[in-house]
Design a protein around this ligand. Structure first.
Ligand code: BES
Ligand code: MN
Ligand code: ZN
Length: 508
């Protein structure tokens, strides 16, 4: 796994004279330094005030300014980094995540090895010091991720400098709670890294069987039980949706089941993630432009992997089963064709109008199989429809499902962790669009409301008695032109933090 190399440690507020290359001080819009500046030696505070008065830094979010420290001013550090916090009232957890990542980026550019952050000494717009620290640390880790395993000696640009340590100061009374928070965030971000690594790995190197092997590896290191359904088992169970999507590829499909049970007799949460390791569209071939992005079509499955990794590391007292149907969607002489009719594991016959609507075919069998674990709640994640990218862009995940309470909990979890989700309706009328002339249903419902009709298709494979939510992450799973410092270009690992936030709040 790509490690977030920066190590983060916490110290109590009296450690300003602490050994570090650099001291990070927050400045609000209008050029007002954070209150904790008062704890710095006089000379330093005076110099910062002078610079702010001169207007060298306005304090807007994202701004950074390095200042040298004149020796003999009672500080062990060589430099100060002033960072803009923005307007007092517009500081949010998300702006603090971005800030944490900008600090790391600035330090990397200027060859800093060790930085000490003062921002977490003050409360920021109702966010207490320990939460300020946690959000900045989360952003620092998320932002320091890089996927460079295929960039070797032949690349001319020099390797980027790595910040080795980021230390935070906290009021003494917040240290214990802060350390607990930090530990949890480190485990969650590790889950995000795993999901990103899986997503960023190209289709030739991450085939369904490779993903299955990664699933088995999880079981070696963590309290997770992994079961793989081979094509033979899939056939036995009548899982022809997964088999049909995979039949055009030389890499056979499979289903990966990850079970984590530390919740005693608590109910089970089932998370289902689409893992099409590469989606060419199949016989209904996609246009060439941006087809390479379809290596990210296993982002739902990757989120399930990352989520299980995180909760197993946190040892949460919950029961979770992750179900990941994996297939490669390619055109060939053995591929399925438009017009084919397949019988899914649930017994529902599906007419395949378009082989590019493959995600719902593999999810159909996976959602049906989820019921065998008798879960209270089923949440699926899938890069399911281009229509969702049109509807919501990259700023929110599409949310659908059959249970108002669950939708509400997911929305709240999304708002807290920054992975926002937004609802789309599932009025019964939409179900009409997937009626088939020859089979029970067809796999496309026309151009209108494509995200919703895809969800309607999925709904046929879930019992009404279970709470189910569907997350269409087509627009949020990857971003190749990201401008957020805590979101590197490429896979986002979306869903991992959302599911963790949900699980932590619900103790499902
Ligand atoms: N994996 C795609 C959806 C997708 C598109 C994800 C863009 C991320 C970015 C999915 O399998 C697909 O091809 N959906 C079709 C469905 C259509 C044929 C009904 C689509 O959205 O065009
Ligand atoms: Mn497709
Ligand atoms: Zn797809």
């Amino acid at each position: 796994m790509s490690e977030a190399h920066v190590k983060i440690h916490l110290f109590d507020e009296t450690s300003v004279a602490h050994e570090a290359d650099l001291l990070v001080i927050g400045v609000h819009s209008g050029g007002e330094a954070q209150a904790a500046l008062a704890r710095c030696p006089d000379g330093v505070a005076r110099e910062v005030k002078r610079v702010l008065k001169a207007g060298w830094l306005r304090g807007d979010a994202g701004e950074t300014l390095f200042l040298p420290v004149v020796p003999g001013e009672g500080l062990a550090v060589e430099r100060l980094l002033l960072v803009g916090l923005g307007k007092r009232e517009s500081v949010t957890l998300e702006s603090l995540r971005a800030l944490g990542a900008s600090v790391v980026k600035a330090c990397e550019k200027s060859a800093v090895d060790r930085a000490l952050v003062l921002v977490s000494l003050d409360e920021q717009h109702g966010i207490g010091p320990s939460r300020v620290m946690a959000a900045m640390a989360e952003g620092a880790w998320l932002g320091s991720y890089r996927f460079d395993r295929y960039q070797g000696v032949s690349r001319k640009d020099a390797p980027r400098h790595r910040l080795k340590r980021l230390d935070f100061l906290l009021p003494a009374a917040r240290l214990k709670g802060g350390r607990k928070r930090l530990e949890r965030i480190e485990k969650i971000t590790r889950g995000v890294m795993l999901a990103r690594d899986l997503c960023n790995t190209p289709g030739n190197l991450l085939t369904p069987d490779v993903l299955a092997r990664k699933g088995r590896e999880l079981a070696e290191r963590l309290p997770i039980k992994t079961t793989i359904f081979s094509p033979q088992v899939l056939a036995q169970k009548g899982m022809n949706g997964i088999l049909a999507v995979g039949q055009g590829s030389a890499h056979p499909p499979c289903m990966i089941i990850l079970e984590y049970r530390k919740g005693g007799d608590r109910p089970t949460l089932a998370v289902v993630g689409k893992a099409v390791t590469f989606d060419s569209g199949g016989i209904s071939l996609k246009p060439g432009a941006k087809m390479e992005e379809m290596k990210f079509d296993m982002s739902g499955g990757a989120a399930v992997f990352g989520f299980l990794h995180a909760i197993a590391e946190m040892e949460l007292p919950i029961n979770v089963v992750g179900i990941v149907p994996a297939a490669e969607n390619l055109p060939s002489g053995t591929a399925q064709r438009p017009g084919d009719v397949i019988k899914t594991a649930r017994g529902i016959h599906v007419e395949v109008i378009n082989t590019d609507a493959e995600g719902r075919l593999i999810l159909a069998d996976a959602l049906h199989h989820a019921a065998t674990f008798d879960p209270d709640v089923i949440i699926d994640l899938a890069t399911l429809t281009g229509a969702c990218v049109i509807a919501l862009g990259s700023h929110a995940t599409g949310l659908m499902g059959n249970h108002k309470g669950l939708r509400k909990k997911l929305r709240k979890a999304g708002d807290r962790c920054g992975e926002r989700v937004w609802p789309l309706p599932m009025f019964p009328e939409y179900q009409e669009q997937i009626k088939s002339v020859v089979a029970d249903i067809k796999n496309v419902g026309g151009r209108e409301a494509g995200t919703i009709t895809a969800a309607c298709f999925l709904s046929r494979f879930v019992d009404e008695s279970r709470a189910w939510a569907h997350l269409d992450i087509a627009g949020t799973a990857y971003d190749l032109s990201s401008s957020k410092p805590h979101m590197p270009k490429g896979a986002v690992g979306v869903g991992v933090r959302l599911l963790c936030e949900y699980a932590l709040a619900e103790r499902v």
